[in-house]
Design a protein around this ligand. Structure first.
Ligand code: CAA
Length: 296
């Protein structure tokens, strides 16, 4: 019988790979990352002092990180892998100084037709990010336009560098937002502002975006990633189980009536009382010590 081994992470180059468990003689189950997918359009890393933050950097700088299908397939896989990894508390999606992402790839979709979009379920890969149970934070420097703004809005929190620019400029190229811009943007900023942004195609800067409630906080561009990692680490100091329930409860506010949402929240709140981490959190408070959460 194999003994319980140390849980180990192997990073091959910069690519964290899909997780697997193997029984090794006398070492027990060792978690490792196997068979590197050779990501071409993103880079991934595990960061933070406790190495519990999954970092995904969009990596098509020449095209301002235009969101082509292969990029989204890779992004979806990276998010799913980090979501399944118990050592990861939160995920950050970022771009580079010039662009978070300048939208869906116009060159890729130029010759699409209505029927090819329908047949192929154009943009269906984007749903993987919104299905993630763990907190996903967008760290936006530079352009977040069209699908880039929509990708940021798919995330749970948006932090921005002071030179970031947001917009839904699809109207300028004869189409409309197709990955949530007409639905999520009004929920962030209200109808009048959303209409202005969608109907004019004009850009808003980071400070304006913060005032509107699209962005949670703005930092000097060069500090953005560092501050976003701090946020992810702070979230990571809590019980992952309870963080997941809190995320689910807040997201429910976008899906339902107030009455149904309050009832959903109450069920999850009651549910926390079935967890060891709720017991530990309250006991630690009363004993005036730091809690030791176990994700149980
Ligand atoms: N798709 C494909 N390529 C893009 C792109 C996009 N969305 N945005 C920029 N690029 C490419 C440019 O074609 C250019 O490539 P080449 O050097 O090969 O010509 C390169 O990135 C650099 O771009 P620019 O030379 O245009 O850079 P700039 O600094 O002068 O302008 C910009 C920057 C204002 C962001 C401008 O690139 C721009 O307007 N981009 C398009 C923005 C847009 O319309 N986004 C919405 C896309 S549709 C969509 O997203 C639908 C949806 O809802 C899902």
């Amino acid at each position: 019988m194999a003994s319980v081994g140390v849980v180990t992470r192997l990073l091959l180059g910069k690519n964290v790979l899909s997780t697997a468990r193997v029984a090794l003689p006398n070492t027990g189950f060792v978690k490792f990352y196997s068979a590197a997918p050779s990501y071409e359009n993103i880079k991934i890393d595990v960061v933070g002092t406790k190495k519990n933050v999954g970092l995904i950097q969009l990596n098509r700088p020449k095209a301002l990180n235009a969101l082509c299908k292969p990029l989204f397939v890779e992004l979806g896989k990276a998010v799913v892998d980090f979501d399944a990894d118990d050592s990861i508390a939160a995920i950050i999606i970022t771009g580079n100084e010039k662009a978070f992402a300048a939208g869906a790839d116009i060159k890729e979709m130029q010759n699409n037709t209505y029927s090819s979009n329908q047949r192929g379920g154009f943009l269906k890969e984007w749903e993987d990010v919104s299905r993630c149970g763990k907190p996903v934070i967008a760290a936006v420097n530079g352009f977040a336009l069209g699908g880039g703004c929509e990708l940021a809005m798919l995330c749970d929190i948006i932090y921005a560098g002071d030179k970031a620019k947001f917009g839904q400029p699809e109207i300028n190229i004869g189409t409309i937002p197709g990955a949530g811009g007409t639905q999520r943007l009004p929920r962030y900023v209200g109808k009048s502002k959303a209409m202005e942004i969608v109907l004019t195609g004009s850009f808003i800067d980071a400070n304006e975006a913060e005032k509107m409630g699209l962005v949670a906080r703005v930092f000097p561009a060069e500090k953005l990633l560092e501050e976003t990692i701090k946020l992810a680490e702070r979230i990571g100091s809590h019980s992952p189980l309870i963080v997941k329930m809190a995320k689910e409860a807040v997201n429910q506010a976008y899906e339902t009536t107030l009455k149904a949402g309050l009832s959903y929240e109450k069920s999850l709140f009651y549910g926390t009382f079935a967890t060891e981490d709720r017991k530990e959190g309250m006991t630690a408070f009363i004993e005036k010590r730091a809690p030791n959460f176990k994700n149980e």
